[in-house]
Design a protein around this ligand. Structure first.
Ligand SMILES: Cc1cc2nc3c(=O)[nH]c(=O)nc-3n(C[C@H](O)[C@H](O)[C@H](O)COP(=O)(O)OP(=O)(O)OC[C@H]3O[C@@H](n4cnc5c(N)ncnc54)[C@H](O)[C@@H]3O)c2cc1C
Length: 481
């Protein structure tokens, strides 16, 4: 039976998608390509299409990370025989080029949606009940409010940065604002120790700012492998970032010399700008969740079951608004699972399922981090016996570059099955390298398979297939003994 012809009451649309970010755009396109009548509402209008990732997340951040790497590259090129005056950063040009590229991407998204037959509305959508959405739209400078009924509704409204309140919190900028900050902050304070905080610290340091980073915990990148956390922190400090752990800002005031930030526990720093990267919260304001009776977590996240269905059966939610794994590829995958469930899988394919076990991820710090699977601590907690392989070295490039940057690679192996269950790297291009190994690990690769794999020489990645002696083997398991 065609799932679109179920004899249910008639609705204006088969699917209404709230939010034109990673998840919303993917779901809308896929559903429309299955023959569903789809409307998508994006609060930011066409300039908001692509959501956080395209406009104030992954893409602009990575572009700025590339920009920041040039400073090191110019410096290191001397060791390879290059000479000449040191180039200087034209911040205005970088911002303008980024804006142009994002505008291009917004149009690409617009065309993709139009090409799939999705109706796109610019405006804030609000649930009235489990089948009705009100949209405050604006077109050609005029505002209008309309109601649309839909057989299914998908909430994909994403998240937003959260800055805690303290004296002077109004001076704190969020990651959304950093891309266009003017003037370029010669002295920047980054508050936070998560991946966004670390990435911005690296980026602005690379672009030429004097960066101080405060983190209230004992070490940055909570949730990552402990070796990775300590190793990255040391590398960031080596590069010149003033990283202070067990530290936080308690007050900010403007002085003639800049922003005077008082630190918890004593001391202060004076900076030109403060970035608060202390977490993100689900974007659920004014969504009508209470009115529609949709259950939420204490932090506001929309509660869903394993099928991404809320407690109101016609309403689904995916991506950052569910407050789980906040990554674009996860949001995309969840969106496709919902579309397969509701409208059927693509012709000739089975329904997609979501596997949260081996989600690879990267942190675009300098040097970068790539990771997939269990940390050593998680493996110890979950497995009866593990083997740990670890290698730390200076990459070939740095034998001439003059840089003291080092690389860390680490494997965690389940000794009972010999499966590689964790793979971690700090070093150049870690994300590019770990993506490939994630395929092998998802396919169940064992350490023996890694050992049989021929390396590519000379690369850093070959180290992952040439680590022979475990540094930790406890208690000795059959697979590694
Ligand atoms: C600085 C930064 C860097 C990041 N870097 C990475 C990275 O390197 N790799 C990675 O995988 N992930 C990264 N992320 C995370 C990634 O951007 C998110 O996980 C992803 O965008 C989530 O997609 P989404 O569709 O759930 O939400 P979003 O992309 O946030 O999209 C939600 C959309 O809904 C719209 N909206 C909200 N409410 C309404 C409403 N009521 N009506 C209509 N529209 C509405 C919003 O305007 C927004 O466009 C980063 C995030 C940030 C902030």
């Amino acid at each position: 039976m065609n799932p679109l012809e179920t004899g249910m009451p008639s609705f204006d649309r088969d699917l209404f998608v709230i939010g034109g970010g990673s998840a919303g755009v993917r779901a809308a396109r896929m559903a429309a390509e299955r023959g569903a009548r789809v409307t998508l509402a994006e609060a930011g209008g066409t300039a908001g299409l692509g959501g956080t990732c395209v406009n104030v997340g992954c893409i602009p951040k990575k572009l700025y990370s590339y920009a920041a790497h040039y400073a090191e590259a110019f410096e290191e090129s001397r060791g390879f025989g290059w000479d000449g005056p040191s180039p200087r950063l034209d911040w205005a040009r970088l911002k303008e080029n980024r804006r142009d590229e994002l505008a291009r991407l917004n149009v690409v998204y617009q065309k993709l949606l139009a090409g799939s037959g999705v109706q796109v509305l610019s405006g804030q959508a609000r649930l009235l009940d489990g089948h009705t959405v009100q949209i405050d739209a604006s077109a050609n400078g005029e505002r209008s409010t309309g109601r649309i009924s839909a057989r299914h509704i998908l909430i994909a409204s994403g998240g937003r940065p959260h800055v805690p309140r303290f004296p002077g919190h109004e001076y704190v900028l969020t990651s959304d604002q950093m891309f266009d900050i003017e003037p370029f902050p010669a002295r920047l304070l980054v508050v936070g120790g998560g991946y966004i905080a670390c990435e911005f610290a690296s980026i602005f340091h690379g672009l030429g700012a004097k960066v101080t980073q405060l983190y209230r915990g004992a070490q940055i990148l909570r949730g990552f492998d402990d070796d990775v956390r300590h190793f990255l922190a040391a590398e960031m400090v080596k590069k010149g970032i003033d990283l202070r752990v067990n530290s936080s800002a308690s007050a900010i005031e403007r002085t003639s010399d800049g922003l005077l930030v008082t630190l918890q526990g004593g001391g202060s720093v004076v900076v030109d700008a403060v970035l608060g990267a202390t977490g993100r919260v689900p974007r659920v304001e004014d969504l009508g969740l209470e009115r529609a009776g949709i259950a939420q977590r204490a932090d506001g996240a929309v509660l869903v079951d394993e099928s991404y269905r809320t407690n109101v059966p016609s309403v689904y939610a995916v991506g950052d608004v569910t407050g789980r794994v906040q990554l674009t590829p996860v949001a995309l995958a969840e969106a496709m699972v919902v579309v397969d469930q509701v409208f059927g899988p693509a012709p000739g394919k089975g329904p997609r399922t979501m596997n949260y076990e081996f989600i690879p991820t990267a942190v675009f710090t300098h040097p970068s981090v790539g990771t997939v699977g269990l940390t050593e601590a998680e493996a110890r907690g979950q497995l009866s016996a593990i083997g740990v392989f670890r290698s730390e070295f200076r990459a070939l490039r740095h034998t001439l570059s003059g840089s003291s940057e080092r690389t860390l690679m680490k494997l965690v192996v389940d000794a009972a099955t010999d499966r590689v269950v964790g793979l971690h790297m700090v070093g150049s291009n870690a994300g590019e390298i770990v993506q490939g190994f994630a395929v092998a690990m998802t396919a169940g690769a064992t350490k023996a398979v890694f050992d049989r794999t021929i390396g590519i020489h000379p690369t850093a990645a070959e180290e992952f297939v040439t680590m022979r002696e475990p540094i930790i083997l406890e208690p000795a398991g059959p697979g590694l003994a």
